[in-house]
Structures are given as structure tokens and as C-alpha cells.
Design a protein around this ligand. Structure first.
Ligand code: ARG
Length: 482
């Protein structure tokens, strides 16, 4: 397939440069969006009288035919084409003749690609949003089943205070909901301004109606500066940062799952279908999925670094460096999507082992704060109660016992404020239930969180479904411009 830019050259381009320069391997992923963008452009050219109504119709029909044929496998993308924009324009011209050559009037591949990548990222980010919500919902289900599964909460990976498994899992739901919010924010900013009509860098002398193309394609308005329009890739960086942050959350959860399913913890058991074995050690059942998620997090950080580094030294406006944006974005999206869709069923099928959690909670004096609080409620200043409880813990360690097993006499030797009800106060489930402060681990508290999280999930989901209700752009065109 020939290049679009042949006129001024006396020699064919070196085949190595051809291969090096070509982006068809990775930009053909945007064929739908490229065609939709071209349809909006052609519609506008016709409306403005820049092309004739006959040419407009031939272009729209031709593009629709190419879209259908590509989707149905009747047409395949030429791997020798320089890029997807070249392939579609040349296929159109081969099919409809001179009208096809008029499509690119008042447009450059620079504004075209800036548009295509935005439209593609919008579509693919919405898919990611749905997958984030699926994972959040599966965590909610596990949390709901474990409202009374007392486990040690940790700081410094040292047993700290009692929480429930439900409370612990809900923490990840809130992280995921923030991730979804970050993606939505980035999409909102990305879709505020449409780059189409910026031309190569300096606009055009044709009387384009940029507001029309912007609204046909779902943008707020045309971008106000053509140089910025073609050279802005902030939205890639913002979205990739949101994806990297989400990967960081998946990685933290994965790390916990890896710990929890070790023999040292044994808080959960992963389903056989979501674990792997060892070629030599017959007893092994390995959490490879979660390890891979932890490992792949580095890849997505790498994608973000690629984008930031790609942009930091390039002059205005378009530079070919920016072609690198797509592979980094596709890798980030594909990696995150793969991790989300594998982790969700792993969480769904994961079996909690509350007895083991409870046994771990019984060691490590995680009710020591509650013991100090007990004394405080009986009138001792907290700092004194803290110190006295510390000496009780030291006593227990020396005598190989626990606060629960300590006789009342021994308690009373330390302070006469201790009475029979101390055992109630340091009972692990009571310790959780007593933590009724907003956001705490009590059953009612976590139920409240669940309700709130589920409402947020539903709101985001409804928004996504609302998007899908907007008719595809080519149908709008047909109605508006028969
Ligand atoms: N393949 C290019 C990209 O992805 C398309 C834009 C080409 N523009 C140019 N001036 N060579 O960025």
C-alpha cells in the first residue's frame, strides 16, 4: 500500500524505515473510531458546502461499508499499510473513486490521530470501569459473608487490633471506587474538548464547523488552540496514572491474599481452579494469579513512565515520538483488564477460614487497647491505663498466657478497678462490636459501608448504561443529514 505523502519524493522510502515508521500493527485497534471520526468530518464538510452532497453521501456510505466489512471479516487490514488512517482512506478511494480523495480536506493525520485515540480510550475505559465495579461487587459479597469473622488487624504486619474480614475487604472496595472516580474524572476532562479541525497544527482556511464535529462525536466543544489540540496527550497520562493506581491497589490485595493463603496464616483457601501446582513438590498449591498481578503492576508503572518521558522534551506541536502513546496505553489497558477479570472470580471462589482468623486474633494481645479503654472507662486516665495494661501484657508473656485466660485475682493485683466484666470487655467479637465509631469494624458499621458502597457502584453503573443509550454517531448522522 502506497504512502499518502508521495508527491515530493524522488525515491521510495527504505524498507527498514517503512517498517520502523509504520504503526499499523497497533493502531488498527482504532479502526471503528477512525471511521466514526471520518464520518463526522465528512458530514460537517457536506453541511458546510466544502464537499458536494453527492460526495458526502458517497463517503458516508463507503465508510459504513468498510466498517461493516471489517467487523464481519469481509475486509482485512493490510499489514503493509503505514497506519490505519492510510488504510481506511485508500480503501475508501479504491471503492468510491474521487469522492474518497476529498475526505481529508481540512484535516491532517495529526488531528485525526489525536481524535482517534481519545475515542478509543473512552470506549475502552468504560469497559475497564465495568470490570472495576464487578470486582468491587465480588468483594462486597465476600465482606457480607464475613461480618463476624474476627481477625487481627495489622500495622507494621504486627497484630494490632481486632477487625473483621468483612471490614478488611471493604477497605479495598473504597480503593476501587476511588479508582473508578479517577477514571471518570479523566474521561470528563478528555471529552470536554475535541481536537478534530486543528489540522496539522495551525487550523485551516476551510470554513469548518468544529462545534458540529465536536458534538457529533460526543465532545463538549472544539479545543480552543489548534497547537494544543494536536499535541496534548495529558489524557493518556491521566488515564494511565489512574490505571497504575488501580494496579497498585490490586497488587496490595494480591499481596494480602498471598499471605493469607500461606500455611503461616491460613486465613483463606483459594479454589483449585485459581491456583497452580509445582512440577516437583507434590504438596504445593501456589497463588500464581495474585503473584502475577503483583508482578504486572510494574508493567503498568512502566507504561506511565513511558508516557511521561515521551512527552517531557518534545517541542510543539506534533512530533512522531507521540506515536508511542498507543502501545503504552494498550498495554496498560490490556494488563489491567486481564488482572481485573481474573481476580474477580478468584475472589468469588475464595473460601474464608474464620476459625483460623479467630485463632490468630486470640494471640498477639490485640485486645490490649480494649483492656486499657476498660480501665479508662472506670476512671483511670488513659495514659496510666495504657502503662498498666502494658505491664499486664508483659506479665502474660512471662507466664505464657493471654489476657483472656488471666484470673481476675491477677487482674486485681494490678488494679482494683478490674471486675468480672473485664472478660466481656476484652472478648474479641465484643471488641469489634464495641468499635461503633463511624467507619469501624462493628457489624452494623460494615453493613452501613456495604450499603453505601453498593449505592455508589449502582450510580456509576447506571451512568455507564446511560452512555450506551446514546445512539452510535453514524446513526445520528443519518437522522440529521439524510
Ligand atoms: N501514526 C501516527 C501516530 O500515531 C499518526 C500521525 C501521523 N502524523 C504525521 N505527521 N506523521 O501518531
Amino acid at each position: 500500500m502506497a504512502q499518502l505523502w508521495q508527491g515530493r519524493f524522488s525515491k521510495a522510502v527504505d524498507s527498514r524505515v517503512n517498517d520502523f515508521n509504520s504503526s499499523i500493527r497497533f493502531d488498527s485497534r482504532m479502526f471503528r473510531q477512525d471511521i466514526n471520526g471520518s464520518m463526522a468530518h465528512a458530514t460537517m464538510l457536506g453541511e458546510q458546502g466544502i464537499i458536494s452532497p453527492e460526495d458526502q453521501e458517497a463517503i458516508l456510505d463507503g465508510l459504513q461499508g468498510i466498517l461493516t466489512d471489517l467487523q464481519e471479516g469481509e475486509l482485512s487490514i493490510d499489514p503493509e499499510a503505514e497506519d490505519i488512517h492510510t488504510f481506511i482512506e485508500q480503501t475508501l478511494t479504491a471503492r468510491i473513486g474521487d469522492a474518497g480523495k476529498r475526505l481529508h480536506t481540512g484535516r491532517s493525520r495529526n488531528d485525526q490521530v489525536a481524535l482517534d485515540i481519545r475515542l478509543t480510550l473512552r470506549d475502552e475505559s468504560e469497559k475497564i470501569l465495568g470490570q472495576i465495579l464487578d470486582l468491587a461487587q465480588s468483594l462486597c459479597r465476600q465482606a457480607e459473608a464475613n461480618l463476624e469473622s474476627v481477625m487481627p488487624g495489622y500495622t507494621h504486619l504486627q497484630r494490632a487490633q481486632p477487625v473483621t474480614f468483612g471490614h478488611q475487604l471493604m477497605a479495598y472496595v473504597w480503593m476501587l471506587l476511588r479508582d473508578a472516580g479517577r477514571i471518570q474524572d479523566a474521561l470528563k476532562r478528555m471529552m470536554a474538548y475535541c481536537p478534530l479541525g486543528s489540522g496539522a497544527l495551525a487550523g485551516t482556511t476551510y470554513p469548518l464547523d468544529r462545534q458540529l464535529t465536536a458534538s457529533l462525536l460526543g465532545f463538549g466543544e472544539p479545543c480552543p488552540n489548534s497547537l494544543d489540540g494536536v499535541s496534548d496527550r495529558d489524557f493518556c497520562i491521566e488515564l494511565c496514572a489512574a490505571f497504575a493506581t488501580c494496579m497498585m491497589h490490586l497488587s496490595r490485595l494480591s499481596e494480602e491474599i498471598i499471605l493469607w493463603c500461606s500455611w503461616e496464616f491460613r486465613f483463606v483457601e483459594l479454589d483449585d481452579a485459581f491456583t497452580t501446582g509445582s512440577s516437583i513438590m507434590p504438596q504445593k498449591k501456589n497463588p500464581d494469579v495474585t503473584e502475577l498481578i503483583r508482578g504486572k503492576t510494574g508493567r503498568v508503572y512502566g507504561d506511565l513512565t513511558t508516557l511521561l518521558t515521551m512527552m517531557k522534551g518534545i517541542s510543539l506541536a506534533y512530533d512522531k515520538d507521540m506515536q508511542e502513546d498507543k502501545e503504552a496505553m494498550w498495554d496498560a489497558i490490556d494488563t489491567l483488564s486481564l488482572c481485573l477479570t481474573t481476580l474477580t472470580p478468584l475472589i468469588d471462589t475464595m473460601k474464608a477460614l474464620p476459625q483460623n482468623m479467630r485463632a490468630a486474633a486470640a494471640g498477639g494481645f490485640i485486645n490490649a487497647t480494649d483492656c486499657a479503654d476498660y480501665l479508662t472507662k472506670k476512671g483511670m486516665p488513659f495514659r496510666d491505663a495504657y502503662k498498666l495494661t502494658g505491664s499486664l501484657v508483659a506479665y502474660c508473656i512471662d507466664h505464657h498466657t493471654t489476657l483472656e485466660a488471666l484470673p481476675l485475682e491477677t487482674y486485681r493485683q494490678h488494679s482494683p478497678l478490674f471486675e468480672e466484666d473485664v472478660y466481656q470487655a476484652i472478648d474479641l467479637l465484643n471488641c469489634c462490636e464495641g468499635r461503633t465509631s463511624y467507619g469501624g469494624p462493628s457489624k452494623a458499621g460494615v453493613q452501613g459501608q456495604l450499603q453505601k458502597a453498593r449505592q455508589e457502584i449502582e450510580t456509576i453503573r447506571n451512568g455507564l448504561e446511560g452512555e450506551a443509550d446514546i445512539p452510535p454517531q453514524n446513526e445520528t448522522e443519518e437522522e440529521d443529514h439524510p
